[in-house]
Design a protein around this ligand. Structure first.
Ligand code: RIB
Ligand code: CA
Length: 314
């Protein structure tokens, strides 16, 4: 009986998604049951390809990759090529994947897996818009009480938004999906901008990754050097926030993070604040608490973990 933690990573690679996937594939504590691609940073036909490119970069071509939603539940797709580049994985020159996409739709894979595995033994790790997760919960509501935990990257309060003044990209792209997920009743841990903005890809940290001298170390440095330029210009910092790997780091070393169990509600009506995560950090409402909202990370410990784990890949 494996004591590995079973996870499904739902993803829209994306350079930071790529580093999160590498971290997961490098960590023996985790059993990555599959990657489910979703439209987000770039359209689905690219996120599904990028997910496979990363699996092959990690030397794990047997990882199962499934294609999911091609667009949000209600709104038009908004992408982020200005951040991630035309391919969504600009930086290193990674070869076209030779592994094949799974036939099964991602949403069916999520439902089938959670209904098959023992209750509370599968963790969902959404790193992009929550469309696939919301579709799975809507299509088969019985999965919600069977999910061990949803550990997602998304939202922001004290840091504001990154795609509008009030909304973070993953939530903004599909606020209706986020609303369904936040109300589903499964245990939720959120990694919002408030915590990811503390985990900067400084020059020293990228140099340490490049110094690994491995295919993965050099490619990760190249991914992050491309990815960070947008946020360095915007925030004037040494490095940019490293969002998605915070989700996987939490699974490996939860003590790196500190937060609070609060209510988080999603704005789905006002165009002005569409996709805002209305996080009741100070408990001023009577709204039912539904998420552990992280606000602090030991960023030195985070990068030590990340670098040590990536060193294990080829
Ligand atoms: O706002 C940051 C999030 O949006 C990250 O998941 C990044 O990959 C993009 O999807
Ligand atoms: Ca992402």
């Amino acid at each position: 009986m494996s004591d590995k933690r079973k996870i499904i990573i739902d993803t829209d690679p994306g350079q930071d998604d790529a580093v999160a996937i590498l971290l997961a594939l490098a960590s023996p504590e985790l059993d990555v049951l599959g990657l489910t691609a979703v439209a987000g940073n770039v359209p689905l036909h690219l996120t599904e390809k990028n997910a496979m490119k990363i699996c092959e970069l990690a030397g794990k071509p047997d990882t199962k990759v499934f294609a999911g939603a091609v667009r949000p539940l209600v709104r038009q797709l908004v992408t982020a090529e200005e951040v991630h580049g035309k391919t969504g994985l600009n930086g290193p020159d990674l070869p076209e994947p030779t592994m094949k996409l799974q036939e099964q739709h991602a949403v069916d894979f999520i439902i089938e897996t959670i209904m098959r595995e023992q209750p509370a033994t599968v963790t969902l790790c959404p790193l992009g818009p929550l469309t696939n997760i919301a579709l799975a919960i809507s299509r088969e509501p019985r999965i919600a009480p069977r999910i061990q935990e949803i550990v997602l990257m998304g939202g922001g309060l004290f840091e504001g938004g990154n795609v509008t003044p009030t909304a973070e990209f993953n939530i903004y792209v599909d606020p209706h999906a986020a609303d369904i997920v936040m109300k589903c009743g499964a245990p939720i841990v959120m990694m919002p901008l408030d915590v990811t903005h503390q985990a900067l890809t400084t020059a020293k940290r990228i140099a340490a990754l490049r110094a690994l001298g491995t295919r993965v170390g050099v490619a990760t440095a190249e991914l992050l050097e491309f990815f960070e330029r947008f946020d360095e210009d915007k925030y004037g910092t040494d490095g940019g926030p490293l969002h998605d790997p915070c989700v996987i780091a939490y699974l490996l070393k939860p003590e790196l993070f500190k937060g609070r169990f609060i209510n988080v509600s999603i704005e789905t009506a006002s165009e002005l604040t569409m996709g805002m995560t209305v996080a009741d950090w100070w408990g001023v409402t009577k709204r039912e608490k539904n998420a552990t909202y992280m606000r602090h990370v030991d960023h030195e410990g985070f990068y030590t973990l990340l670098t040590e784990r990536l060193a294990r890949l080829p």
